[in-house]
Every structure is written in C-alpha cells, then in structure tokens.
Design a protein around this ligand. Structure first.
Ligand code: NAD
Ligand code: TDX
Length: 347
C-alpha cells in the first residue's frame, strides 16, 4: 500500500488524477493537500466516497502543517501539482507565483528529505511541470528532455526554478525524484481562464472571445486523461531521477483552435454554422507571448510504452459536451460563488 500526498488535488489536473488513482488503486491512501485558491474547488471531487481518501486544507508553504501531514499519514509518495498556473495572472502578480511555485516546492522537498531521513527505499517525489520552461520554438523543431531552459513569463520562470530545485535535491541529497514536463492540457474541470474553457463559456454566453495578437501562436494540446495516464506510468515505471516530456503532437494555431471550437460548440447548441464567428475579438498581445510549443515525447513512448488514447476530435467533443452538461459548475466557478461557500466551511 502506498500513502500518496497529492498537492493541488482540487485543481484541474489534480482532481482528474485523484479520481483516476482512487478508481485504479483501491488500496492506496490518497491525501489531497490543497489551499483552495480561486482555482481549487472541492466540487471537482464531490462524487468521491472512499475510506482511503483524505483532504487537508493547507498551503504548501506552511512548513508545520505539511510536516504534520507527512507524519500523520506516513507519506511515502508525493505527486506535486500545487501551483499558481495562469500565465496572465503571473504577469500581474509575480510574487505569489514565486511564493507558491518556488518556495512551496522547496518546502515540500525539504520536508520529504528530512521526514524520509536516509531511508529513501520505496519513496518518490514526483514533480509535475510544464513545457513552458523551455521557452518558445520557431517554425521548426521540438522540445525534448535535453532542451535548454529559457522561460519568458513569471509563471514559466517560477516553474523552471522549481524544476532546478527538484534536480538539486536529487544531486545533493540523492532524493528519489521524477519530473515530467507536459504540454497544454484541456478537458473537464479546467478553470475558465484558460483558452479552451474560456472560449466555450463565451460561446455559450454570446460574449466576446479575446484573441491575443493575430492568433497565430501555436500550442500542442493534450487531453487531460492522456496526461493522467502518463503520470501513472511514470510514477510506477519511470526511472528514478529522470525527466519525461509529455505531448500528443497535436499543434494548433490559436485562431484555428478557436474557429474549431466555435464550429463544434455551435453545432451542439443547435445554432446555425458560423453563428459565433462574430464573437472573435482581436486584442493587444500578451507580453512575452511564446510563439510555439511542440513536444517530442519519444522517450516516454519508447521507454515506457505511453501513447495518447484521445484524438483531438474525440477529446474536444467530450470536453464541449462536459461543459454544456455541467453549466452549473461553469457558472459557479466563473462567478466565484463557490468561494463564499468554502469560506463558510474552511476559512
Ligand atoms: P490549477 O490552477 O487548475 O490548480 C492548481 C491547484 O493548486 C488548485 O487546486 C489550487 O487551489 C492549488 N494551490 C495553489 N496554490 C497553492 C498553495 N500555495 N498551497 C496549496 N495548494 C495550492 O492548475 P492545473 O492546470 O491543474 O495544473 C496543475 C499542475 O500541472 C501545475 O503545477 C502546472 O504547472 C502543471 N501543468 C499544467 C498544465 C496545463 O495545461 N494546465 C500543463 C503542464 C503542466
Ligand atoms: O484570452 C485569451 N486569449 C488568447 O489568445 C487567453 C486566456 C489565451 N490566449 C492565447 C495565449 C496562448 O497562446 O491562447 C494560448 C493558450 O493560453 P492559456 O490557455 O492561457 O495557456 P498557456 O499560456 O499556453 O499556458 C498553459 O499551458 C501550460 C497553462 O496555463 C499552464 O498552466 C501550462 O503549464
């Protein structure tokens, strides 16, 4: 039996990961440690009723609460997802990104190292990171595990720094670590500040769809469930100390992506073809906007046998349908009403 601390488990990827692990590993003890920022929402996990699942409301920067949690649940595995994750917010408020993404990560590393002592047998600290640490590609080439770090936003700089700290704990203390850097995810439970749920939400509400610059920046999209399956594989079969890149070779120009979302969402809403085209609104570009991300995931594919199961067509339809069916969830997180509820219960 493993005792797994998942940080950021109430967020988009974390909640999808917890549901997957609880379903697949009935005997694992899963501890979801999350401070419930605007992006964390326990209704993402409300259908879980499992005696091996525990929630701790706490900040990863809180040394004494993280330490107590390690002691109480005898943590042997950490999957670290908690982060401030939105690039635009990082440009407005870089300090909170440095605090959570850098200091929070060091805090966890230090507690894992001291709590586990010298006995690192069957222990693992798995750090979930992003391809944005590698910066921006031109028309050709792909990121790989040997690409140089070249972050351009406070978000990606803070994630790059956290990656370096994780690696330093491997080299300085022999802490058993794993790192994966994934491309852009999409799917159910993503906060509607990120482009895909934001566009779906604005189509539903007939609101303007903001496109930075000319809309010709490129992102490499992966369905969240394929990311989760990669995390599962890396956790159980990955070589300790290694880094793995995750991506589905699914690059889309932002404007093409938005037009595709409009086409499919209008269809599902029974609107005439092209109805929502008029919502497209070009706005001032994001500062430091990376041109292109593209992943070479051959290490993960060749060494661990991973491959994505969702085509983009299938993943997008699942995603749009989920947001249409869960319009109450969407309205709730977009309005912030759920935060008042949590204030009553947890603050
Ligand atoms: P998210 O913003 O949806 O969720 C982040 C979670 O972390 C929230 O539940 C939030 O409450 C929690 N959190 C934030 N600060 C905290 C703190 N100080 N202490 C405790 N909990 C805190 O993010 P996401 O999209 O699910 O991303 C999860 C991880 O995956 C992040 O580390 C991110 O960098 C990485 N990642 C995301 C993507 C993507 O496309 N979303 C791609 C690659 C990597
Ligand atoms: O309103 C918008 N208009 C727009 O044109 C928003 C929110 C975004 N965009 C563009 C910017 C990007 O080129 O769409 C693209 C995707 O933007 P985001 O959804 O904000 O994602 P990105 O900046 O690529 O970062 C994401 O992917 C990697 C996540 O937020 C990170 O957490 C993850 O690490």
């Amino acid at each position: 039996m493993k005792s797994v601390l998942i940080t950021g488990g109430a967020g988009f990827i974390g909640s999808n990961l917890i549901r997957f692990l609880i379903d697949k590993y009935k005997d694992y003890r899963i501890i979801n440690y999350d401070s419930l920022t605007y992006a964390g929402n326990l209704s993402n996990l409300e259908k879980i009723s499992n005696k091996n699942y525990f929630f701790v409301k706490g900040d990863i920067c809180d040394y004494s609460l993280v330490k107590k949690t390690f002691e109480k649940y005898k943590i042997d595995t950490v999957i670290h997802l908690a982060a401030e994750s939105h690039v635009d917010r990082s440009i407005k408020d870089p300090l909170s990104f440095a605090q959570t993404n850098i200091i929070g990560t060091i805090n966890l590393l230090e507690i894992a190292r001291t709590f586990w002592g010298k006995d690192f047998l069957n222990k693992v600290f798995y750090h979930i990171s992003t391809d944005e640490v590698y910066g921006s590609l031109g028309k050709k080439g792909y990121f790989s595990e040997t690409s140089s770090y070249d972050p351009h936003s406070p978000y990606s700089a803070s994630k790059a720094s956290s990656d370096h700290f994780v690696r330093s704990y491997k080299d300085s203390y022999a802490l058993p670590v794993l790192i994966s850097n994934c491309s852009n995810n999409y799917g159910p439970y993503q906060f509607p500040e990120k482009i895909i749920p934001l566009v779906i939400n604005n189509i539903i509400n007939k609101a303007p769809i903001p496109i930075y610059g000319k809309g010709d920046n490129i992102r490499d999209w992966l369905y969240v469930e394929d990311h989760i399956r990669a995390i599962d594989l890396i956790l159980h079969k990955g070589l300790i100390g290694e880094t793995y890149l995750i991506g589905a070779s699914n690059e889309w120009k932002n404007i093409d992506l938005v037009k595709y979302l409009i086409l499919e969402t209008d269809k599902l809403l029974d609107r005439e073809k092209g109805f929502s085209d008029k919502l497209i609104t070009y706005i001032k570009d994001r500062p430091g906007h990376d041109i292109r991300y593209g992943i070479d995931a051959s290490k993960l594919k060749n060494n661990l046998g991973w491959k994505p199961l969702f085509s983009f067509e299938k993943g997008i339809i699942e995603t749009i349908n989920w947001y249409l069916l869960n319009n109450k969830w969407l309205k709730n997180v977009a309005s912030g009403e759920y935060r008042d509820y949590y204030k009553e219960h947890y603050f």
